[in-house]
Design a binder for this molecule. Structure first.
Ligand code: FES
Ligand SMILES: [Fe+2]
Length: 444
């Protein structure tokens, strides 16, 4: 079996001795002063995801990304490149556009200035009424923009490291996945009454999953010793879990084993194994071999460069500070929270379920949103409303997480909560807060 090499930047994500032990106090989740420091010291200095590259097919296609009170436009140029501009008119600052779309040029609704997709002023009323005609010289304020993983990224920080350095070693770790080909089959933004950090905390550990997601262990082995817990100097981290049944938490006798269907899909008879342990362990190895043999004729072209681990396992990955990419052999799920502009008790939660296209397939099972047509989804914005606002994902893993989010936020306000008491497998949670402190205190 091919063993993936450990990246040299990898730190043991269960080793709390690598941490300082900064307390994770409640005020971090509700203090406006703390949220303001996050804006000034962190959000204005990191790289943000604006959207998918596939939203920018033609010159003039643009994405609007609102972040707190800021707004940024990323627009496809005639030469094929993508450039980013603040969404503020260079005349008197009017917000130029409200939502993503396509325009030959941006027409400001206030005094009618016309900005080319390259950010240069093309036309305006009464040009002779200015000390100098600003056409051709006045420009929208530009930001740095780049792409990785089929995502469009930008930063408000002129001195930020290049995107690939910021993400290190994530692009290297996932070089075998053809991320540009992913189709976003489910695309929802959900307003949630919790601080944005709930999601990074939650996605940095799998300790909660046995309690919160009892449906998972029969097909992803979430036992602590089965997983590899890794963290990286820039604040990113991941937990790699085998997609095979847990040996400690089995489905009750007589119930359907979800792993059986996976085996059958690749022509393996689940009843050919003498017992549950052998099916879990040997079946998982046989699955790797079957996928390696059959991928091409089945149209699973995204398997071409994957190693044995990637063919059957799930590296659940957090990119500092607020993006989680859950990699599965056939799906990548993008989760992201972003803070509310005024209230640290609120955030938005983005859920993008993306699938690798398979020839002849018209529907895909997205593990966070159920069966979906294999085509680009329309954007949908909802209120969580205690779960009532998103009935179509009720009972899904991510819904279960969101149900916990508001209770965590209430707990953070209690005088009885002072700091977390973490298991070794939750080390990455405190690591995230320590990297955040490095930003807030000017060490990063
Ligand atoms: S603010 Fe845009 S044209 Fe005046
Ligand atoms: Fe969860």
């Amino acid at each position: 079996m091919q063993k993936p090499e450990r990246h040299p930047l990898t730190m043991d994500g269960r080793d709390r001795a690598l941490l300082r032990g900064d307390p994770m106090t409640g005020d971090r989740y509700y203090s406006r002063e703390f949220a303001q420091r996050e804006w000034e010291q962190m959000w204005t200095r990191i790289w943000h995801v604006a959207g998918r590259v596939s939203e920018l097919e033609e010159a003039g296609d643009f994405i609007v990304h609102d972040f707190m009170n800021e707004s940024v436009i990323c627009v496809r140029q005639r030469d094929g490149s993508i450039r980013a501009f603040y969404n503020a008119c260079g005349h008197r600052g009017m917000r130029l556009v409200g939502e993503s779309g396509h325009v030959p040029a941006f027409h400001c609704p206030y005094h009618g200035w016309v900005w080319g997709s390259d950010g240069v002023l093309e036309d305006l009323p009464d040009p002779d009424d200015f000390p100098q005609n600003p056409c051709g010289t006045r420009k929208l304020e530009e930001l740095r923009c780049d792409t990785w993983g089929g995502f469009v990224w930008y930063t408000m920080n002129e001195n930020a490291p290049p995107l690939l350095d910021y993400l290190e070693p994530i692009p290297e770790l996932y070089k075998n996945y053809p991320m540009d080909t992913l189709v976003r089959v489910f695309w929802m933004k959900i307003d949630l009454n919790t601080n944005w950090k709930f999601a990074t905390d939650n996605f940095s550990e799998s300790y909660h999953t046995h309690t919160a997601h009892p449906q998972v262990p029969p097909w992803i082995d979430q036992d602590v010793a089965s997983a590899r817990h890794e963290m990286f100097p820039n604040g990113h981290g991941r937990t790699v879990q085998p997609m095979r049944p847990s040996l400690t938490e089995r489905p009750p006798e007589g119930t359907e084993h979800p792993f059986d269907a996976v085996l059958r899909q690749w022509d393996i008879d689940p009843d050919s194994y003498p017992d549950y342990e052998t099916k879990a362990m040997q079946g998982w190895r046989d699955l790797k071999a079957a996928k390696r043999q059959l991928w091409k004729e089945r149209g699973y072209l995204h398997y071409e460069h994957m190693n044995d681990e990637e063919l059957t396992d799930s590296p659940h990955t957090v990119i500092f500070p607020n993006v989680t990419l859950s990699f599965l052999p056939d799906n990548v799920i993008f989760f992201r929270t972003e803070p509310h502009p005024e209230d640290p008790n609120k955030c938005t939660f983005d859920l993008w379920c993306m699938a690798f296209p398979v020839a002849g397939m018209t529907e895909v099972e997205s593990i966070m949103a159920g069966m979906q047509p294999l085509e680009e989804a329309e954007f949908d914005h909802r209120q969580f409303d205690g779960g009532r606002g998103v009935p179509e994902i009720e009972g899904q893993i991510v819904y279960q997480d969101m149900m916990l989010a508001e209770g965590m936020q209430r707990g953070m306000h209690s005088r009885g909560y002072r700091d977390a008491y973490l298991a070794g497998q939750e080390t990455r949670v405190r690591f995230f807060h320590e990297v955040l402190n490095d930003y807030l205190e000017g060490r990063k």
